[in-house]
Design a binder for this molecule. Structure first.
Ligand SMILES: Cc1cc2nc3c(=O)[nH]c(=O)nc-3n(C[C@H](O)[C@H](O)[C@H](O)COP(=O)(O)OP(=O)(O)OC[C@H]3O[C@@H](n4cnc5c(N)ncnc54)[C@H](O)[C@@H]3O)c2cc1C
Length: 478
């Protein structure tokens, strides 16, 4: 290991860490990236990429067969060999891991394998997998150590039986009856996946409904769709204990007992902020999350934090955006002005979390950005709301994907777009248009000047915008 002092050392190579490393190196900073496990973090190895691969494969298989069980074949007489899904998932992970490694090396990032721990605000101790320990020095540090699944104190993890989102991604068996504890987006995505494979799925949720942080109209629609597909949604219910014999017996707080072949616990995530030496430098935290300022700086001015450890919208693309701000802050602190300075200087004061979309890759997909109706009301905004159903979209009818709708919220006076929620095929692709509108403070009048191509599903946005001003053209709202 070189004895030189790095400009920036980044701890953790998830979507926050590795993109920040590439940015920093491209901006001319000498950059180290320290990773104790696999490059790509949770997103590539146990999150976004593996889940979306499995979901896409299961959806594709299901759509070629309207009614199949795990023993039957699909319409093309293909038997469901689920192990191929997992092989394909691993191929994709390996392909992207190789790609990220290549990009890091091409950008000049020094990759260091090992567990990092802050010794002081410029010194990091690294313990390698071979049990060696050494130190590196860096003028600035970015903590991007991510998060891990939260456990339920009343229920132990049991191999092959009671799993977290990590292990279930390598569980190559289709359970007859699976319980998913927790109805947030991760639980709902696993519910959609196992339902597509033919499992009987039960979601057990402590709150009154699934997707509690989403617009209630949207979560209610997903509830109806899930129920129609045969998914049981048990709300206002907690699991008090589990007993394992042939099956897993879950005891619920209402004293009923249910039996399952597999249980997956998806009750949230906790930040990886222990065991990284935060206490040695006095970085301030709140409930375990690292407190950050406008440029993702922590309470220690040359140490930055991004991604899930900040507790702000824990999504891969949030971490990407926060990384841009961290690099801007570091360039400023080190007084470096590279060719990228114009871009970094042009960043607004802090990331705008209201313009960051979130997606649930269920079937149909759900995508949201900005305020929900409930949140708008809690801020004393009585939003103007426009809805447009997919049944009135020519392209959705042509494609046979008419389940869903768009709902756009605008400020009642200026008609500035403040929120958008889409249920339907490709909602994940459509939502970015609304993110651009919110980020740029566009109004319904601005958007109504845009021409959308016909026939496309994206016309639901144009129709809904017309609805904010007056009425959609191809639909009469009730
Ligand atoms: C099942 C599931 C599905 C998801 N789906 C999506 C999705 O579709 N879209 C989306 O945007 N988000 C999704 N997420 C969330 C997304 O994966 C996270 O928000 C994202 O990975 C966070 O990125 P990060 O850079 O903060 O850290 P992580 O991705 O958590 O990476 C942190 C890295 O730091 C390393 N590390 C930790 N401590 C140390 C240390 N002391 N020394 C060295 N290395 C260390 C870890 O090994 C890890 O590789 C999903 C998450 C899960 C669990």
């Amino acid at each position: 290991m070189t004895n030189s002092i790095f400009d920036v050392a980044i701890i953790g190579s998830g979507p926050g860490g590795y993109t920040t490393a590439i940015r920093a190196a491209r901006a001319g900073l000498t950059t180290a990236l320290i990773e104790k496990a696999n490059i790509g973090g949770v997103c590539l190895n146990a999150g976004c990429i593996p889940t979306k691969t499995l979901i896409a494969l299961a959806k594709k298989f299901k759509r070629t067969n309207t009614s199949f069980s795990t023993e039957t074949s699909n319409a093309n007489n293909q038997f469901l060999d689920v192990s191929n899904f997992y092989k394909q998932k691993n191929r994709i992970i390996n392909q992207f891991a190789a790609g990220i490694n290549f990009l890091l090396k091409q950008s000049g990032v020094q990759i260091i394998k090992g567990h990092a721990r802050l010794k002081n605000n410029q010194l990091i101790e690294i313990s390698t997998p071979e049990q060696n320990t050494f130190e590196i020095q860096s003028k600035t540090i970015v903590v991007a150590t991510g998060s891990r699944p939260k456990d339920l104190p009343s229920i132990p993890w049991v191999e092959q039986k009671i799993l977290s989102s990590n292990e279930v991604l390598n569980h190559e068996k289709i359970p007859n009856h699976i319980a998913i504890i927790g109805g947030g987006y991760i639980g709902c995505e696993f519910a959609a996946y196992f339902n597509s494979l033919g499992s009987h799925v039960s979601i057990i949720e402590a709150l009154p409904g699934i997707l509690p942080n989403h617009d209630q109209e949207i979560s209610q629609m997903l509830t109806r769709v899930f129920q129609r597909k045969g998914i049981d949604i048990i709300t206002n219910t907690t699991v008090t204990s589990a007993q394992i014999d042939n099956q897993i017996k879950l005891l619920l707080n209402n004293s009923t007992q249910l039996c399952f072949d597999l249980v997956v616990i998806c009750v949230g995530r906790i930040p990886n902020t222990q065991d990284i030496g935060l206490e040695n430098v006095g970085i301030e935290t709140s409930n375990g999350y690292i407190k950050t300022g406008k440029f993702m700086e922590t309470s220690v001015k040359n140490i930055f934090a991004i991604g899930d450890v900040t507790g702000k919208m824990p999504l891969a693309h949030t971490a990407y955006t926060q990384g841009k701000y961290a690099v801007a802050g570091i360039l400023k602190l080190l007084n470096k002005h590279g060719k990228e300075s114009n871009f970094y200087n042009s960043l607004p004061d802090e990331p705008n979390y209201d313009s960051i979309p979130s997606v649930v890759f269920s079937d149909p997909e759900i995508a949201s950005v900005g305020l929900t109706t409930e949140r708008a009301k809690s801020l004393s905004i009585d939003p103007r709301i426009s809805r447009f159903p997919l049944t009135a979209s020519a392209k959705a009818v042509i494609d046979g994907n008419t389940e869903g709708f768009i709902k756009i919220l605008a400020d009642p006076v200026s008609l500035r777009i403040i929120g958008a929620h889409i249920v339907g095929e490709n909602a994940s692709e459509l939502i970015s248009q609304m993110a651009i509108a919110i980020q740029n403070k566009l109004t319904a009048f601005d958007l109504a000047q845009v021409t959308w191509p016909h026939p496309t599903t994206s016309e639901i946005i144009s129709e809904s915008i017309e609805g904010l001003i007056d009425k959609p053209i191809h639909f009469i709202p009730k």
